[in-house]
Every structure is written in structure tokens, then in C-alpha cells.
Design a protein around this ligand. Structure first.
Ligand SMILES: Cc1ncc(COP(=O)(O)O)c(C=O)c1O
Length: 349
């Protein structure tokens, strides 16, 4: 990877006390071009001042949604380090998503190195301890000009990043409110397990109808039976039953394998001794047996659900114990205040 010499327009730093989950410009982006006919497919990649990109109006991703993305965070520790959380897991998922979308796999080591270097080069935008995190957004796009539907040869991987605060305005201190939808987020047998552009496009319309009515997001049931809980627009879900057992929907074609989901399961099981089951979770079980409901995601972190509305009936989840205990550990590892026994964090600095 080489640095591109270029004069940087000095971007202004944000107000650290007022960060939200919004795009702001930073200093550098990363790009790597790929051609399926070459060996290796990908060039070495380069860092360049953040700028608009030039693509053909006929680039395949623009008509056909042939694009995937990722989201991961780096945070400062109190002792002056900067830690990136589980970039290898995002690299793996990036590869799995690529295969599903007929895009070439981007090598995991190149993904991780590029993410680490992106944080280094944009270091002045990594928020001070306790003020937020630096969010990285890797993308892979089919950029070949293409009129007909079919696989492409030319690809672009881009990574940009910016400082972020809470995903919810005001931080949703009492938890979020979700509308249960009798519809799937994605089609059965489709692309639900991949983090691809098209999985999100149609859901914006769906969620905005409910956001206008005072909900924070929606909770989708499975598209086959309209019976089992899957996930929200951008997070996985966990239920703590009245008997203390934690249940999260097992991974299938309609659920994104969240990195935070995996971290939550491992922390709950092996550090906190909680019983966690991965299995189909019926909405009826959530309503009848549930004591605590929470969502997990890189952007959402571990977020309490204070209530859901299903068939016009409100069900409240006043308990927050499991989420708080798990979040405490996950956050401790992410911010370096707790020993990282899993080897999850990568030291950027
Ligand atoms: C649909 C969906 N489910 C779950 C998640 C949570 O995944 P992660 O914990 O890797 O951020 C996300 C966010 O990436 C998502 O978009």
C-alpha cells in the first residue's frame, strides 16, 4: 500500500461533545481496484485525500445493486492506545458477502491492514476517551460499465471513516421502541446473510413509516412463517427469558451474522456464565416468556428494547440486567479497560 501525495484541505474537527451517527469528512480514504481477469485480482491499494469518486454512469452497482459494505469501530483507551475491534470478523463477512453478490473476495489481510492504516491516517478524528468512536465503512462495488444483467470484471474497494457518537438521538437512555412487522426484512433463500446494498434499500421506506409514528425501528418476523423473530433494520436481537435463559435467533438465510452478536454470545457464555441458546425464537415466546429484550450491532452497540408493539398491543421489557452486564464487558474490551482474553482488539497505536 502506498500513500498518495496530495495537498490536504484541512478538515475541521467536530465538536466532541455533540457527536451523532452521521457522516462527516475526514482526511483520508482508501481505494483498491480489482479486475477478475488479473492474478492477483486486487492491486496493492492506496490512500488518498477523501474526495468524490469517478465512476461511469453505467457502472453495474448503480443499476443492479452489486455492492457490499461493512461497519467497524476503533476507540481510544484511557492509557493512550487506539484499538480496532475484531476487524478480522468483518473481513471474513466481507468475503462471504462478496461471494453471494458475484464479487471477488477481497483478501482478509489486505482488509485488516487497510482498516488499521485508515485509523492511523485519520487519527486526529478518533474521538477522545468516552466521547465516541471512529467508524470505518469499507465498500466493494462492481464498477464495470454494463447494460445487461450479469457478472462484472471490474471492482473497487473503498474505505472511508468518520467519528461517531450514539446511533440514536439523545442516546435512547431508556431503550428503544420497536414495531413488530408481519413481514420479512429479506426474501427467504435470498441475500439476508450478506451485508449487501439491496438488503437495506427497501427497508428505509418501511422503517420510516413507523419512525414517523414514534418508533425507533421495526422488528421483522421471518418471511417464511411470519412467526419467528429475525432482526431489526440494522441489529440482531436477544431475549432474556423469565427463567434466566438468553435466546437469540439462530443464523439463517434471513439474518446477518453480527460481529456484536457473536461477541455478546461469547462474553455471556464464557465470562459471565450465562446460558445462551441459538435457536428459532417465536414472537409468542418473546411476549409470553420474555423479561428483557435487547439488540446488538456495531452502530447500535447493546441497546435495550423498552417496548415492542405487536398487533396493536404494547409489551414492555423493564429489565436491563443482562444487557448491562454484557455491555460492560464488551465495552471494557473495546476501550482497553479490561483484559482482552479473546484477542479481539487490534492495536492501531
Ligand atoms: C441487518 C443487520 N443486522 C445486524 C447487524 C449487526 O451486525 P454487527 O454487530 O456486525 O454490526 C447489522 C449491522 O451491521 C445489520 O445491518
Amino acid at each position: 500500500m502506498t500513500a498518495t501525495a496530495g495537498s490536504l484541505m484541512q478538515k475541521s474537527l467536530p465538536n466532541w461533545d455533540n457527536l451523532s451517527f452521521a457522516f462527516t469528512e475526514t482526511d483520508f480514504m482508501y481505494r483498491s481496484y480489482g479486475d477478475k481477469r488479473n492474478v492477483p485480482i486486487w492491486d496493492r491499494g492506496e490512500f488518498a485525500p477523501l474526495a468524490d469518486i469517478k465512476v461511469s454512469p453505467a457502472a453495474a452497482f448503480m443499476s443492479y445493486g452489486l455492492g457490499i459494505f461493512e461497519g467497524l469501530k476503533a476507540q481510544r483507551s484511557a492509557d493512550g492506545r487506539i484499538l480496532l475491534f475484531r476487524p478480522d470478523k468483518n473481513a471474513e463477512r466481507f468475503k462471504r458477502s462478496a461471494v453471494r453478490l458475484s464479487l471477488p473476495e477481497f483478501p482478509a489481510h489486505q482488509f485488516v491492514e487497510a482498516c488499521v492504516e485508515m485509523v492511523r491516517r485519520n487519527e486526529r478524528f478518533v474521538p477522545p476517551v468516552g466521547k465516541g468512536s471512529f467508524y470505518l465503512r469499507p465498500l466493494e462495488l462492481a464498477v464495470e460499465p454494463k447494460l445487461g444483467l450479469g457478472p462484472s470484471n471490474l471492482f473497487l474497494v473503498l474505505i472511508y471513516g468518520c467519528p461517531v457518537g450514539s446511533y440514536f438521538t439523545g442516546g435512547a437512555p431508556k431503550g428503544v421502541r420497536l414495531q413488530v412487522l408481519e413481514q420479512g426484512r429479506v426474501a427467504p433463500g435470498g441475500t439476508g446473510y450478506a451485508k449487501c446494498m439491496s438488503n437495506y434499500a427497501g427497508g428505509i421506506y418501511v422503517a420510516s413509516q413507523w419512525k414517523e409514528k414514534g418508533f425507533d425501528d421495526v422488528l421483522y418476523l421471518d418471511a417464511r412463517h411470519l412467526k419467528y423473530v429475525t432482526e431489526t433494520s440494522g441489529s440482531n436481537v436477544f431475549l432474556k427469558r423469565k427463567d434466566g435463559v438468553i435466546v437469540t435467533p439462530s443464523l439463517d438465510d434471513q439474518i446477518l451474522p453480527g460481529v456484536t452478536r457473536d461477541s455478546t454470545i461469547q462474553v455471556a457464555r464464557s465470562l459471565l456464565g450465562m446460558k445462551v441458546e441459538e435457536r428459532p425464537l417465536a414472537i409468542d415466546e418473546v411476549i409470553e416468556e420474555g423479561e428483557e429484550l435487547f439488540c446488538t450491532g456495531t452502530a447500535w452497540t447493546l441497546q435495550s428494547v423498552r417496548e415492542i408493539v405487536h398487533h396493536g398491543i404494547t409489551v414492555k421489557f423493564p429489565v436491563e440486567d443482562a444487557r448491562k452486564a454484557i455491555l460492560d464487558v464488551v465495552r471494557g474490551i473495546q476501550t482497553g479497560s479490561r483484559e482482552d482474553t479473546f484477542g479481539w482488539t487490534v492495536k492501531v497505536r
